[in-house]
Design a protein around this ligand. Structure first.
Ligand SMILES: Nc1ncnc2c1ncn2[C@@H]1O[C@H](COP(=O)(O)OP(=O)(O)OP(=O)(O)O)[C@@H](O)[C@H]1O
Length: 393
């Protein structure tokens, strides 16, 4: 959808902001450009909507050189969100959002209706916020209006230049999550500039790590964190990249351990026998609908005729994760619930297995090896530790 071919930009004073850039962004892909201040990210972006012209090479939009487009028309097909949102102070939120539909000649009621839908989409109730003026909004709300406005004409491409840079970290994370949710529905082609590697990793399908005017690595977040292309990238992503990687590595079926599974209605005696046979100190307990109920420890009752049913001994375990959740989420849940394991469920809430600190660590290592060997994670052979036993309660 977007392609940079040997693009360079030298400003009049001789500054080379972008140096022989080659980059392609597929339709529906979100690419983050990340790098230190002054490395050429913004210049890269502004060459797409022709706020800057390259001094060499060309930028293609939908297969055509942007230089061939009328700049005004081009910009209507490319949404642009910047940090200093640039809302018109004397226009209401609704009118600000309707700016581009107006420019496109839509009738006023239609433009305002579209604006109201978009405000809703970005989490601002148009009935509450539509008639306010920008200075009556919080920073986070202004950023939302900026995103709504950029989406108003439903452009296929969005350029976002540090759109969440000016808000505090909590609001920022919320805006990021909302944007990810929106993007999952809209599948726009997005170029997203940030100087924050965490943000780049969370949002990007791929990340372009900029050095001075050049892209040092262009790859998936997991690959950038797991196998930095050179020392520059390694130092930019930081020594805690293993930890950062947790947030981009999903839980897969092959990561899960299979403790014994018993049901609430089972006789406890039989359940204890199962656990003994497996050498396990506890079992997962499911209810009559095969839904997760919790767990039962083996030491609780030695079994025997008078032990009754599992239901009498079972304990609730509320925490669970869907398959595909990040390892980071699994880890933080283990800490939050002070739990030695977390159940993982499929889309229909069926129990699939558990993740323990041991299997989580193993999954992380396997995903790093998988990238290094360029094979799926499930195919990575492990040479050191055996699969750890399910942790004790
Ligand atoms: N109009 C201009 N004239 C001359 N030099 C410029 C101009 N605009 C940008 N530059 C220089 O080009 C280089 C790249 O700037 P650019 O704004 O693209 O970087 P950036 O990575 O977006 O930085 P930041 O994260 O600080 O916004 C910088 O050295 C900057 O000073």
């Amino acid at each position: 959808m977007l392609r940079f071919e040997q693009v360079s930009k030298r400003y009049a004073d001789g500054t080379v902001a972008v140096d022989d850039l080659n980059l392609d962004v597929a339709e529906g892909e979100l690419v983050t450009l990340v790098g230190p201040s002054g490395c050429g990210k913004t210049t890269t972006m502004r060459m797409v909507n022709r706020l800057e012209e390259p001094t060499a090479g060309r930028v293609l939009f939908d297969g055509r050189d942007v230089a061939e487009y009328d700049p005004v028309r081009l910009r209507r097909r490319i949404g642009y969100v910047i940090q200093q949102v640039g809302l018109f102070p004397h226009r209401t939120v609704l009118d600000n959002t309707a700016t581009v539909p107006h420019l496109l000649g839509w009738r006023r009621p239609k433009a305002r209706q579209r604006a109201a839908e978009l405000l809703d989409l970005v989490g601002l109730d148009p009935a509450v916020y539509g008639d306010r003026y920008p200075d009556q909004l919080s920073g986070g709300q202004r950023q939302r209006v900026g995103v709504a406005r950029a989406l108003a004409a439903d452009p296929p491409v969005l350029l976002m230049d540090e759109p969440f840079g000016a808000v505090d970290p909590v609001v920022r994370e919320r805006l990021q999550n909302e944007f990810l949710r929106l993007q999952a529905e809209m599948r726009k082609t997005v170029l997203f500039v940030t100087h924050d590697i965490e943000e780049a990793v969370r949002l990007g399908d791929r990340i372009a790590v900029y050095g001075q005017g050049r892209v040092e690595q262009f790859d998936s977040p997991a690959a950038v964190l797991g196998a930095p292309a050179n020392d520059y990238v390694a130092s930019f992503v930081g020594s805690d990249r293993g930890l950062k990687r947790l947030s981009v590595t999903p839980v897969e079926k092959g990561d899960l351990e299979q403790p014994p599974v018993v049901h609430l209605a089972d006789p406890m005696e039989r359940a204890v026998a199962r656990m003994r046979a497996d050498g396990a100190r506890w079992a997962v307990v499911l209810d009559e609908n095969e839904r997760l109920h919790g767990w039962v420890p083996a030491h609780e009752a030695r079994g025997g005729e008078d032990a009754g049913r599992v239901a009498r001994h079972a304990r609730r375990m509320e925490a669970w994760l869907p398959l595909g959740a990040s390892l980071k989420k699994a880890f933080s849940m283990m800490l939050q619930y002070d739990a030695g394991w977390i159940a993982v469920l499929d889309e229909e809430d069926r129990f699939l297995g558990v993740l323990t600190p041991g299997s989580l660590h193993e999954a992380l290592r396997r995903s790093i090896d998988a990238d290094a060997q360029d094979v799926p994670r499930a195919e990575v052979a492990f040479d050191t530790a055996e699969a750890p036993r399910v942790a004790a309660d």
